[in-house]
Design a protein around this ligand. Structure first.
Ligand code: NAI
Ligand code: MG
Length: 536
Protein backbone atom coordinates (compact mmCIF):
# COMPACT_ATOMS: atom_id res chain seq x y z
CA UNK A 1 0.00 0.00 0.00
CA UNK A 2 2.86 2.35 0.81
CA UNK A 3 3.99 2.38 -2.76
CA UNK A 4 0.55 3.06 -4.16
CA UNK A 5 0.01 6.58 -5.46
CA UNK A 6 -2.04 8.87 -3.25
CA UNK A 7 -4.54 9.52 -5.99
CA UNK A 8 -5.50 5.87 -6.24
CA UNK A 9 -5.52 5.50 -2.48
CA UNK A 10 -7.92 8.40 -2.23
CA UNK A 11 -10.10 7.16 -5.01
CA UNK A 12 -11.09 4.41 -2.56
CA UNK A 13 -12.89 7.10 -0.64
CA UNK A 14 -14.13 8.58 -3.94
CA UNK A 15 -12.26 11.74 -3.19
CA UNK A 16 -12.50 13.58 -6.48
CA UNK A 17 -16.21 13.30 -6.81
CA UNK A 18 -19.27 15.08 -5.54
CA UNK A 19 -18.89 13.28 -2.21
CA UNK A 20 -15.68 15.04 -1.36
CA UNK A 21 -14.49 18.61 -1.50
CA UNK A 22 -11.58 18.09 -3.82
CA UNK A 23 -8.57 16.35 -5.16
CA UNK A 24 -5.40 16.47 -3.11
CA UNK A 25 -3.14 15.76 -6.05
CA UNK A 26 -1.12 18.78 -7.11
CA UNK A 27 -1.76 20.18 -10.56
CA UNK A 28 1.03 19.91 -13.07
CA UNK A 29 0.14 23.31 -14.58
CA UNK A 30 2.98 25.76 -14.17
CA UNK A 31 3.04 29.26 -15.57
CA UNK A 32 5.06 32.08 -14.05
CA UNK A 33 7.19 31.31 -11.01
CA UNK A 34 7.26 33.97 -8.33
CA UNK A 35 9.23 33.33 -5.17
CA UNK A 36 9.04 29.66 -4.11
CA UNK A 37 5.56 28.73 -5.19
CA UNK A 38 3.72 28.58 -8.47
CA UNK A 39 1.53 31.44 -9.50
CA UNK A 40 -0.22 32.74 -12.58
CA UNK A 41 0.37 36.23 -13.91
CA UNK A 42 -3.42 36.62 -14.26
CA UNK A 43 -3.59 37.91 -10.68
CA UNK A 44 -2.74 41.33 -12.08
CA UNK A 45 -5.13 41.06 -15.05
CA UNK A 46 -8.42 39.51 -13.88
CA UNK A 47 -10.25 37.31 -16.37
CA UNK A 48 -13.67 38.58 -17.40
CA UNK A 49 -16.40 36.23 -16.04
CA UNK A 50 -18.82 35.22 -18.78
CA UNK A 51 -21.99 35.57 -16.72
CA UNK A 52 -24.59 38.31 -16.17
CA UNK A 53 -26.06 39.16 -12.77
CA UNK A 54 -29.80 38.65 -13.24
CA UNK A 55 -30.94 38.54 -9.63
CA UNK A 56 -29.89 41.09 -7.04
CA UNK A 57 -33.16 41.66 -5.16
CA UNK A 58 -34.66 39.83 -2.19
CA UNK A 59 -36.77 36.76 -2.93
CA UNK A 60 -39.93 36.97 -0.83
CA UNK A 61 -43.14 35.02 -1.42
CA UNK A 62 -41.86 33.72 -4.73
CA UNK A 63 -41.14 37.20 -6.14
CA UNK A 64 -37.98 39.27 -6.50
CA UNK A 65 -38.52 42.53 -4.60
CA UNK A 66 -36.49 45.49 -3.37
CA UNK A 67 -35.71 45.90 0.32
CA UNK A 68 -38.46 47.79 2.20
CA UNK A 69 -35.91 50.49 2.98
CA UNK A 70 -34.79 50.66 -0.66
CA UNK A 71 -31.22 50.15 0.57
CA UNK A 72 -28.57 48.17 -1.30
CA UNK A 73 -25.04 47.02 -0.54
CA UNK A 74 -22.18 46.08 -2.84
CA UNK A 75 -20.99 42.53 -3.22
CA UNK A 76 -17.29 42.49 -4.05
CA UNK A 77 -14.99 40.51 -6.29
CA UNK A 78 -12.25 39.03 -4.05
CA UNK A 79 -9.81 39.10 -6.98
CA UNK A 80 -9.78 42.90 -6.98
CA UNK A 81 -12.00 44.26 -4.21
CA UNK A 82 -14.13 45.86 -6.98
CA UNK A 83 -17.93 45.93 -6.88
CA UNK A 84 -19.64 43.12 -8.81
CA UNK A 85 -23.20 44.32 -8.21
CA UNK A 86 -25.41 46.23 -5.81
CA UNK A 87 -27.70 43.87 -3.93
CA UNK A 88 -30.92 44.65 -2.03
CA UNK A 89 -30.07 44.92 1.66
CA UNK A 90 -32.66 43.22 3.84
CA UNK A 91 -33.29 44.34 7.42
CA UNK A 92 -35.80 43.60 10.20
CA UNK A 93 -38.74 44.77 8.08
CA UNK A 94 -37.78 42.43 5.23
CA UNK A 95 -37.25 39.57 7.67
CA UNK A 96 -40.81 40.24 8.93
CA UNK A 97 -42.12 40.13 5.36
CA UNK A 98 -40.22 36.94 4.60
CA UNK A 99 -41.32 35.22 7.83
CA UNK A 100 -44.98 36.17 7.13
CA UNK A 101 -44.71 34.69 3.64
CA UNK A 102 -43.11 31.52 5.01
CA UNK A 103 -45.74 31.26 7.77
CA UNK A 104 -48.60 31.70 5.28
CA UNK A 105 -47.04 29.11 2.97
CA UNK A 106 -46.77 26.73 5.91
CA UNK A 107 -50.21 27.35 7.44
CA UNK A 108 -52.27 27.73 4.28
CA UNK A 109 -50.18 26.85 1.25
CA UNK A 110 -49.95 23.62 -0.70
CA UNK A 111 -46.37 22.68 0.32
CA UNK A 112 -46.99 20.77 3.58
CA UNK A 113 -50.30 19.46 2.19
CA UNK A 114 -49.15 18.04 -1.14
CA UNK A 115 -48.10 14.40 -1.26
CA UNK A 116 -44.51 13.71 -0.23
CA UNK A 117 -44.00 12.28 -3.70
CA UNK A 118 -44.94 15.64 -5.27
CA UNK A 119 -42.44 17.44 -3.00
CA UNK A 120 -39.81 14.93 -3.98
CA UNK A 121 -40.51 15.54 -7.70
CA UNK A 122 -40.08 19.32 -7.28
CA UNK A 123 -36.72 18.80 -5.59
CA UNK A 124 -35.61 16.39 -8.32
CA UNK A 125 -36.60 18.88 -11.03
CA UNK A 126 -34.64 21.53 -9.16
CA UNK A 127 -31.53 19.33 -9.11
CA UNK A 128 -31.91 18.79 -12.88
CA UNK A 129 -32.14 22.55 -13.47
CA UNK A 130 -29.02 23.26 -11.40
CA UNK A 131 -27.19 20.60 -13.38
CA UNK A 132 -28.43 22.07 -16.67
CA UNK A 133 -27.21 25.53 -15.67
CA UNK A 134 -23.95 24.27 -14.16
CA UNK A 135 -21.72 26.76 -16.00
CA UNK A 136 -23.71 29.79 -14.99
CA UNK A 137 -24.08 28.69 -11.36
CA UNK A 138 -20.36 27.93 -11.16
CA UNK A 139 -19.31 31.24 -12.73
CA UNK A 140 -21.50 33.23 -10.32
CA UNK A 141 -20.12 31.37 -7.33
CA UNK A 142 -16.52 31.80 -8.47
CA UNK A 143 -16.95 35.50 -9.15
CA UNK A 144 -18.58 36.27 -5.82
CA UNK A 145 -16.38 34.06 -3.61
CA UNK A 146 -12.99 33.76 -5.36
CA UNK A 147 -13.05 29.95 -5.30
CA UNK A 148 -11.34 28.18 -8.20
CA UNK A 149 -13.89 27.62 -10.98
CA UNK A 150 -12.66 24.04 -11.46
CA UNK A 151 -13.41 23.27 -7.83
CA UNK A 152 -16.87 24.84 -7.97
CA UNK A 153 -17.87 23.19 -11.25
CA UNK A 154 -16.34 19.77 -10.59
CA UNK A 155 -17.02 19.36 -6.90
CA UNK A 156 -19.27 21.91 -5.24
CA UNK A 157 -22.13 22.26 -7.72
CA UNK A 158 -22.26 18.47 -8.25
CA UNK A 159 -22.31 18.17 -4.47
CA UNK A 160 -25.32 20.51 -4.29
CA UNK A 161 -27.10 18.49 -6.98
CA UNK A 162 -26.33 15.24 -5.14
CA UNK A 163 -27.56 16.69 -1.83
CA UNK A 164 -30.84 17.83 -3.32
CA UNK A 165 -31.41 14.43 -4.94
CA UNK A 166 -30.50 12.70 -1.68
CA UNK A 167 -33.09 14.74 0.25
CA UNK A 168 -35.66 14.39 -2.54
CA UNK A 169 -35.27 10.69 -1.86
CA UNK A 170 -36.10 11.20 1.81
CA UNK A 171 -39.24 13.29 1.20
CA UNK A 172 -41.53 10.28 0.83
CA UNK A 173 -39.81 8.08 3.41
CA UNK A 174 -40.43 10.13 6.53
CA UNK A 175 -42.84 8.33 8.82
CA UNK A 176 -43.57 7.60 12.44
CA UNK A 177 -43.85 4.40 14.46
CA UNK A 178 -46.54 2.24 15.98
CA UNK A 179 -45.59 1.61 19.59
CA UNK A 180 -46.26 -1.36 21.85
CA UNK A 181 -47.48 0.77 24.76
CA UNK A 182 -49.89 -0.46 27.44
CA UNK A 183 -51.86 -3.14 25.58
CA UNK A 184 -55.16 -1.28 25.80
CA UNK A 185 -53.99 1.65 23.64
CA UNK A 186 -53.04 2.11 20.04
CA UNK A 187 -50.04 4.49 20.07
CA UNK A 188 -48.49 6.08 17.02
CA UNK A 189 -45.97 8.82 16.44
CA UNK A 190 -46.45 11.39 13.70
CA UNK A 191 -43.33 13.03 12.32
CA UNK A 192 -44.44 16.55 11.51
CA UNK A 193 -42.53 19.52 10.08
CA UNK A 194 -41.28 22.05 12.63
CA UNK A 195 -42.80 24.98 10.72
CA UNK A 196 -40.85 28.06 9.64
CA UNK A 197 -37.09 27.45 9.65
CA UNK A 198 -34.62 30.34 9.71
CA UNK A 199 -31.29 29.43 8.11
CA UNK A 200 -28.11 31.53 8.14
CA UNK A 201 -25.19 30.53 5.94
CA UNK A 202 -21.57 31.68 5.60
CA UNK A 203 -19.46 32.72 2.61
CA UNK A 204 -16.92 29.89 2.47
CA UNK A 205 -19.24 27.36 0.78
CA UNK A 206 -22.30 29.37 -0.21
CA UNK A 207 -23.92 26.74 -2.45
CA UNK A 208 -22.93 23.68 -0.45
CA UNK A 209 -24.18 25.26 2.78
CA UNK A 210 -27.38 26.23 0.97
CA UNK A 211 -27.88 22.56 0.09
CA UNK A 212 -27.07 21.29 3.58
CA UNK A 213 -29.66 23.67 4.99
CA UNK A 214 -32.57 23.68 2.57
CA UNK A 215 -32.36 19.97 1.62
CA UNK A 216 -33.56 18.46 4.90
CA UNK A 217 -35.84 21.44 5.70
CA UNK A 218 -37.78 21.07 2.45
CA UNK A 219 -37.74 17.26 2.46
CA UNK A 220 -39.51 17.45 5.84
CA UNK A 221 -42.14 19.90 4.41
CA UNK A 222 -41.02 23.00 6.31
CA UNK A 223 -40.93 26.51 4.89
CA UNK A 224 -37.75 28.57 5.07
CA UNK A 225 -36.28 32.05 5.39
CA UNK A 226 -32.62 31.84 4.37
CA UNK A 227 -30.14 34.63 5.02
CA UNK A 228 -27.03 34.48 2.86
CA UNK A 229 -23.65 35.87 3.88
CA UNK A 230 -23.09 39.51 2.92
CA UNK A 231 -19.93 38.56 1.00
CA UNK A 232 -21.66 36.01 -1.26
CA UNK A 233 -25.33 36.76 -1.91
CA UNK A 234 -25.50 35.94 -5.64
CA UNK A 235 -25.54 32.16 -6.11
CA UNK A 236 -28.41 31.45 -3.68
CA UNK A 237 -30.63 34.06 -5.39
CA UNK A 238 -30.02 32.50 -8.77
CA UNK A 239 -30.47 28.85 -7.79
CA UNK A 240 -33.61 29.67 -5.80
CA UNK A 241 -35.08 31.16 -8.98
CA UNK A 242 -34.48 27.69 -10.48
CA UNK A 243 -36.24 26.07 -7.52
CA UNK A 244 -39.33 28.18 -8.25
CA UNK A 245 -39.02 27.27 -11.93
CA UNK A 246 -39.11 23.64 -10.75
CA UNK A 247 -42.55 24.27 -9.22
CA UNK A 248 -41.95 25.35 -5.63
CA UNK A 249 -45.12 27.09 -4.33
CA UNK A 250 -44.75 30.81 -3.38
CA UNK A 251 -43.30 31.59 0.03
CA UNK A 252 -41.78 28.16 0.71
CA UNK A 253 -38.17 29.37 0.39
CA UNK A 254 -37.48 33.07 0.92
CA UNK A 255 -33.97 34.45 0.45
CA UNK A 256 -32.90 37.63 2.25
CA UNK A 257 -29.47 39.11 1.55
CA UNK A 258 -28.03 41.35 4.23
CA UNK A 259 -25.76 41.72 7.23
CA UNK A 260 -25.58 39.76 10.46
CA UNK A 261 -26.69 42.41 12.92
CA UNK A 262 -29.46 43.96 10.79
CA UNK A 263 -30.89 40.86 9.02
CA UNK A 264 -29.50 37.76 10.77
CA UNK A 265 -30.27 38.88 14.32
CA UNK A 266 -33.96 39.78 13.67
CA UNK A 267 -34.41 36.31 12.15
CA UNK A 268 -32.95 34.66 15.27
CA UNK A 269 -35.08 36.79 17.62
CA UNK A 270 -38.28 36.44 15.61
CA UNK A 271 -41.24 35.13 17.61
CA UNK A 272 -42.73 33.35 14.61
CA UNK A 273 -39.63 31.40 13.55
CA UNK A 274 -39.64 27.84 14.89
CA UNK A 275 -36.05 26.83 14.28
CA UNK A 276 -32.66 28.31 13.41
CA UNK A 277 -29.87 26.48 11.61
CA UNK A 278 -26.58 28.34 11.47
CA UNK A 279 -23.09 27.86 10.07
CA UNK A 280 -20.38 30.38 10.93
CA UNK A 281 -18.20 31.58 13.77
CA UNK A 282 -18.42 30.27 17.32
CA UNK A 283 -18.98 33.83 18.64
CA UNK A 284 -22.02 34.36 16.41
CA UNK A 285 -23.27 30.88 17.33
CA UNK A 286 -23.23 31.86 21.00
CA UNK A 287 -25.18 35.03 20.23
CA UNK A 288 -27.73 33.03 18.26
CA UNK A 289 -28.39 30.67 21.16
CA UNK A 290 -28.92 33.67 23.39
CA UNK A 291 -31.37 35.27 20.95
CA UNK A 292 -33.28 31.99 20.62
CA UNK A 293 -33.44 31.64 24.41
CA UNK A 294 -34.62 35.20 24.94
CA UNK A 295 -37.31 35.10 22.23
CA UNK A 296 -39.42 31.97 21.82
CA UNK A 297 -37.00 29.12 22.70
CA UNK A 298 -36.79 28.10 19.05
CA UNK A 299 -34.59 25.06 18.54
CA UNK A 300 -31.08 25.76 17.23
CA UNK A 301 -28.49 23.75 15.34
CA UNK A 302 -25.01 25.19 15.04
CA UNK A 303 -22.05 24.28 12.84
CA UNK A 304 -19.16 26.42 14.09
CA UNK A 305 -15.41 26.79 14.09
CA UNK A 306 -12.63 24.26 14.43
CA UNK A 307 -8.92 23.72 14.92
CA UNK A 308 -8.80 20.21 13.65
CA UNK A 309 -5.76 17.99 14.21
CA UNK A 310 -4.27 16.05 11.32
CA UNK A 311 -2.17 13.31 12.90
CA UNK A 312 0.70 11.76 10.94
CA UNK A 313 1.80 8.52 12.60
CA UNK A 314 5.35 7.22 12.51
CA UNK A 315 4.42 4.33 10.20
CA UNK A 316 2.88 6.62 7.57
CA UNK A 317 4.05 6.88 3.98
CA UNK A 318 5.44 10.40 4.27
CA UNK A 319 4.93 11.42 0.63
CA UNK A 320 1.27 10.53 0.84
CA UNK A 321 0.87 12.01 4.31
CA UNK A 322 2.38 15.33 3.23
CA UNK A 323 0.13 15.51 0.20
CA UNK A 324 -3.02 14.72 2.13
CA UNK A 325 -2.13 17.08 5.00
CA UNK A 326 -1.54 19.79 2.37
CA UNK A 327 -4.98 19.19 0.89
CA UNK A 328 -6.59 19.07 4.37
CA UNK A 329 -5.34 22.58 5.14
CA UNK A 330 -5.00 24.46 1.86
CA UNK A 331 -8.21 23.38 0.17
CA UNK A 332 -10.58 26.33 -0.46
CA UNK A 333 -7.86 28.88 0.44
CA UNK A 334 -7.80 27.35 3.92
CA UNK A 335 -11.31 28.70 4.51
CA UNK A 336 -12.85 25.50 5.87
CA UNK A 337 -14.40 25.03 9.29
CA UNK A 338 -12.89 21.53 9.31
CA UNK A 339 -9.47 22.48 7.85
CA UNK A 340 -6.76 20.18 9.20
CA UNK A 341 -5.11 23.20 10.75
CA UNK A 342 -2.87 21.52 13.34
CA UNK A 343 -0.60 19.10 11.53
CA UNK A 344 0.77 16.86 14.31
CA UNK A 345 3.70 14.75 13.12
CA UNK A 346 5.58 11.99 14.95
CA UNK A 347 9.09 13.12 15.92
CA UNK A 348 10.76 10.30 14.03
CA UNK A 349 9.41 11.49 10.68
CA UNK A 350 9.03 15.19 11.49
CA UNK A 351 11.97 16.67 9.55
CA UNK A 352 11.28 14.60 6.47
CA UNK A 353 7.60 15.57 6.64
CA UNK A 354 8.36 19.31 6.88
CA UNK A 355 10.53 19.11 3.73
CA UNK A 356 7.78 17.30 1.84
CA UNK A 357 5.07 19.67 3.08
CA UNK A 358 7.20 22.56 1.78
CA UNK A 359 7.55 20.86 -1.58
CA UNK A 360 3.75 20.52 -1.81
CA UNK A 361 3.21 24.18 -0.91
CA UNK A 362 5.86 25.33 -3.37
CA UNK A 363 3.94 23.58 -6.17
CA UNK A 364 0.56 25.03 -5.25
CA UNK A 365 -0.89 26.99 -8.14
CA UNK A 366 -2.20 30.36 -6.99
CA UNK A 367 -3.98 32.63 -9.41
CA UNK A 368 -7.16 33.98 -10.91
CA UNK A 369 -9.84 31.45 -9.95
CA UNK A 370 -11.25 31.53 -13.48
CA UNK A 371 -7.91 30.31 -14.88
CA UNK A 372 -7.76 26.60 -15.64
CA UNK A 373 -5.46 24.65 -13.34
CA UNK A 374 -5.55 27.20 -10.52
CA UNK A 375 -5.80 25.57 -7.09
CA UNK A 376 -5.89 28.64 -4.87
CA UNK A 377 -7.75 31.90 -5.46
CA UNK A 378 -7.99 34.97 -3.23
CA UNK A 379 -9.30 35.04 0.34
CA UNK A 380 -12.87 36.25 0.63
CA UNK A 381 -12.35 39.88 1.70
CA UNK A 382 -10.10 42.52 3.17
CA UNK A 383 -11.09 41.62 6.74
CA UNK A 384 -10.12 37.96 6.38
CA UNK A 385 -7.01 38.89 4.38
CA UNK A 386 -5.77 41.20 7.14
CA UNK A 387 -6.70 38.71 9.86
CA UNK A 388 -4.60 35.99 8.20
CA UNK A 389 -1.60 38.28 7.67
CA UNK A 390 -1.84 39.23 11.35
CA UNK A 391 -1.70 35.56 12.36
CA UNK A 392 1.33 35.08 10.12
CA UNK A 393 3.08 37.99 11.88
CA UNK A 394 2.11 36.50 15.23
CA UNK A 395 3.61 33.15 14.21
CA UNK A 396 6.93 34.80 13.38
CA UNK A 397 6.90 36.90 16.57
CA UNK A 398 6.13 33.88 18.77
CA UNK A 399 9.22 32.04 17.47
CA UNK A 400 7.78 29.48 15.05
CA UNK A 401 9.91 28.83 11.95
CA UNK A 402 8.46 30.34 8.77
CA UNK A 403 9.33 27.66 6.21
CA UNK A 404 7.64 29.10 3.13
CA UNK A 405 5.30 31.94 2.13
CA UNK A 406 4.32 34.51 4.74
CA UNK A 407 3.15 37.41 2.57
CA UNK A 408 0.50 38.55 0.15
CA UNK A 409 0.61 37.31 -3.41
CA UNK A 410 0.63 39.86 -6.22
CA UNK A 411 -0.42 43.45 -5.63
CA UNK A 412 -4.19 43.22 -6.17
CA UNK A 413 -7.09 41.56 -4.36
CA UNK A 414 -6.77 39.21 -1.41
CA UNK A 415 -4.28 36.55 -2.50
CA UNK A 416 -1.99 35.07 0.16
CA UNK A 417 1.07 32.89 -0.36
CA UNK A 418 0.75 29.27 0.79
CA UNK A 419 2.47 29.51 4.15
CA UNK A 420 4.01 26.90 6.46
CA UNK A 421 5.26 27.21 10.02
CA UNK A 422 7.30 24.45 11.67
CA UNK A 423 8.46 24.20 15.30
CA UNK A 424 5.01 25.33 16.37
CA UNK A 425 4.19 25.00 20.09
CA UNK A 426 0.70 24.36 21.49
CA UNK A 427 0.55 27.66 23.33
CA UNK A 428 1.20 29.81 20.26
CA UNK A 429 -1.79 31.72 18.93
CA UNK A 430 -1.35 30.12 15.49
CA UNK A 431 -1.82 26.70 17.14
CA UNK A 432 -4.93 27.76 19.04
CA UNK A 433 -7.03 30.12 16.91
CA UNK A 434 -8.93 29.37 13.75
CA UNK A 435 -6.80 31.19 11.14
CA UNK A 436 -9.14 30.36 8.24
CA UNK A 437 -6.43 30.85 5.64
CA UNK A 438 -3.59 29.11 3.75
CA UNK A 439 -1.34 28.74 6.79
CA UNK A 440 -0.19 25.27 7.83
CA UNK A 441 1.22 24.82 11.34
CA UNK A 442 3.32 21.70 11.90
CA UNK A 443 3.78 20.40 15.45
CA UNK A 444 5.91 17.51 16.76
CA UNK A 445 4.73 14.69 19.07
CA UNK A 446 6.32 11.64 20.71
CA UNK A 447 3.61 9.05 21.35
CA UNK A 448 -0.05 8.31 20.84
CA UNK A 449 -1.27 9.11 24.36
CA UNK A 450 0.43 12.48 24.15
CA UNK A 451 -1.01 13.28 20.74
CA UNK A 452 -4.53 12.41 21.87
CA UNK A 453 -4.20 14.67 24.90
CA UNK A 454 -2.88 17.56 22.80
CA UNK A 455 -5.28 17.02 19.90
CA UNK A 456 -8.19 17.22 22.34
CA UNK A 457 -6.82 20.21 24.30
CA UNK A 458 -8.85 22.83 22.45
CA UNK A 459 -12.27 24.41 22.80
CA UNK A 460 -13.17 22.94 19.40
CA UNK A 461 -14.13 19.40 18.37
CA UNK A 462 -15.13 19.46 14.73
CA UNK A 463 -12.95 16.99 12.82
CA UNK A 464 -9.63 15.13 12.75
CA UNK A 465 -7.44 13.38 10.22
CA UNK A 466 -5.38 10.30 10.98
CA UNK A 467 -2.70 8.99 8.64
CA UNK A 468 -1.45 5.52 9.49
CA UNK A 469 -1.16 2.03 8.06
CA UNK A 470 -1.78 0.43 11.44
CA UNK A 471 -5.39 -0.61 12.01
CA UNK A 472 -5.05 -0.70 15.79
CA UNK A 473 -3.69 2.86 15.79
CA UNK A 474 -6.54 4.01 13.55
CA UNK A 475 -9.11 2.37 15.83
CA UNK A 476 -7.51 3.77 18.97
CA UNK A 477 -7.31 7.33 17.66
CA UNK A 478 -10.76 7.40 16.10
CA UNK A 479 -12.29 6.53 19.46
CA UNK A 480 -10.07 8.77 21.57
CA UNK A 481 -10.54 11.98 19.56
CA UNK A 482 -13.43 14.16 20.79
CA UNK A 483 -14.60 15.33 17.38
CA UNK A 484 -17.61 14.92 15.09
CA UNK A 485 -15.73 13.48 12.08
CA UNK A 486 -12.58 11.35 11.88
CA UNK A 487 -11.09 10.83 8.43
CA UNK A 488 -8.60 7.97 8.37
CA UNK A 489 -6.20 8.05 5.39
CA UNK A 490 -8.55 10.47 3.65
CA UNK A 491 -9.89 13.96 4.33
CA UNK A 492 -12.96 16.09 3.58
CA UNK A 493 -15.07 13.18 2.37
CA UNK A 494 -18.52 14.74 2.30
CA UNK A 495 -21.08 12.39 0.86
CA UNK A 496 -24.66 13.58 1.43
CA UNK A 497 -25.31 10.54 3.65
CA UNK A 498 -22.45 11.22 6.09
CA UNK A 499 -23.41 13.28 9.16
CA UNK A 500 -21.31 16.35 9.97
CA UNK A 501 -21.13 18.50 13.08
CA UNK A 502 -19.10 19.31 16.12
CA UNK A 503 -18.36 18.34 19.70
CA UNK A 504 -17.71 21.06 22.28
CA UNK A 505 -17.65 24.63 20.93
CA UNK A 506 -17.71 23.46 17.32
CA UNK A 507 -21.46 23.32 17.53
CA UNK A 508 -24.51 21.26 18.26
CA UNK A 509 -26.58 18.91 16.13
CA UNK A 510 -25.63 17.15 12.91
CA UNK A 511 -26.20 18.14 9.31
CA UNK A 512 -26.46 15.87 6.25
CA UNK A 513 -27.54 12.28 6.24
CA UNK A 514 -30.47 10.79 8.09
CA UNK A 515 -29.46 12.65 11.27
CA UNK A 516 -30.28 16.08 9.84
CA UNK A 517 -33.95 15.16 9.38
CA UNK A 518 -34.56 15.19 13.12
CA UNK A 519 -33.60 18.91 13.16
CA UNK A 520 -36.63 19.65 11.02
CA UNK A 521 -39.23 17.35 12.57
CA UNK A 522 -41.50 17.49 15.58
CA UNK A 523 -42.56 14.15 17.03
CA UNK A 524 -46.20 13.94 18.04
CA UNK A 525 -47.50 11.00 20.10
CA UNK A 526 -51.10 10.06 19.29
CA UNK A 527 -52.84 7.73 21.73
CA UNK A 528 -56.17 5.99 21.01
CA UNK A 529 -57.88 3.50 23.37
CA UNK A 530 -58.61 0.11 21.85
CA UNK A 531 -61.87 0.02 23.81
CA UNK A 532 -64.12 3.05 23.69
CA UNK A 533 -64.42 4.64 26.19
CA UNK A 534 -61.06 3.70 27.64
CA UNK A 535 -62.12 3.55 31.30
CA UNK A 536 -64.70 0.83 30.85
P1 NAI B 1 -19.94 35.19 11.13
O1 NAI B 1 -20.28 34.05 12.03
O2 NAI B 1 -20.09 36.56 11.68
O3 NAI B 1 -20.85 35.12 9.79
C1 NAI B 1 -21.50 33.97 9.31
C2 NAI B 1 -22.96 34.31 9.01
O4 NAI B 1 -23.59 34.77 10.20
C3 NAI B 1 -23.14 35.44 7.99
O5 NAI B 1 -24.29 35.15 7.20
C4 NAI B 1 -23.40 36.65 8.87
O6 NAI B 1 -24.12 37.67 8.22
C5 NAI B 1 -24.21 36.03 9.98
N1 NAI B 1 -24.21 36.79 11.24
C6 NAI B 1 -23.21 37.56 11.73
N2 NAI B 1 -23.58 38.12 12.90
C7 NAI B 1 -24.83 37.69 13.16
C8 NAI B 1 -25.77 37.92 14.21
N3 NAI B 1 -25.48 38.71 15.24
N4 NAI B 1 -26.96 37.29 14.14
C9 NAI B 1 -27.27 36.48 13.14
N5 NAI B 1 -26.44 36.25 12.10
C10 NAI B 1 -25.24 36.83 12.11
O7 NAI B 1 -18.48 34.96 10.59
P2 NAI B 1 -17.55 35.94 9.68
O8 NAI B 1 -17.46 37.29 10.30
O9 NAI B 1 -18.00 35.85 8.28
O10 NAI B 1 -16.16 35.21 9.84
C11 NAI B 1 -15.44 35.30 11.08
C12 NAI B 1 -14.74 33.99 11.38
O11 NAI B 1 -15.71 32.99 11.58
C13 NAI B 1 -13.86 33.46 10.27
O12 NAI B 1 -12.60 34.03 10.29
C14 NAI B 1 -13.82 32.01 10.60
O13 NAI B 1 -12.87 31.78 11.61
C15 NAI B 1 -15.22 31.73 11.15
N6 NAI B 1 -16.13 31.18 10.13
C16 NAI B 1 -16.47 29.87 10.22
C17 NAI B 1 -17.26 29.30 9.26
C18 NAI B 1 -17.63 27.86 9.31
O14 NAI B 1 -17.77 27.23 8.26
N7 NAI B 1 -17.88 27.29 10.47
C19 NAI B 1 -17.76 30.05 8.11
C20 NAI B 1 -17.42 31.46 8.14
C21 NAI B 1 -16.62 31.96 9.12
MG1 MG C 1 -18.56 38.70 -3.09
Amino acid sequence: MASRKLSSLLSLSSCFSSSSFGNPSSSSHVSVCISRFTTFASIEKPINPSVKIEHNQLLIDGKFVDAASGKTFPTLDPRTGNVIAQVAEGDAEDINRAVSAARKAFDEGPWPRMTPYERSCILLRFADLVEKNMDKVSALETWDSGKPYDQVANVEVPMLVRLIRYYAGWADKIHGLTLPADGSYHVQTLHEPVGVAGQIIPWNFPLVMYGWKIGPALACANTVVLKTAEQTPLSALYVTSLLYEAGLPPGVLNVVSGFGASAGAPLCSHMDVDKIAFTGSTETGQRILEMAAKSNLKSVTLELGGKSPFIVCEDADIDQAAELAHFALFFNQGQCCCAGSRTLVHERVYDEFVEKAKACASKRVVGDPFQKGVQQGPQIDEKQFQKILKYIRSGVESGATLEIGGDRCGSKGYYIQPTIFSNVKDNMLIAQDEIFGPVQTILKYKDLDEVVRRANATQYGLAAGVFTQNLATANFLSRALRVGSVWINCYDVFDAAIPFGGYKMSGQGREKGIYSLSNYLQIKAVVTPLKNPAWL
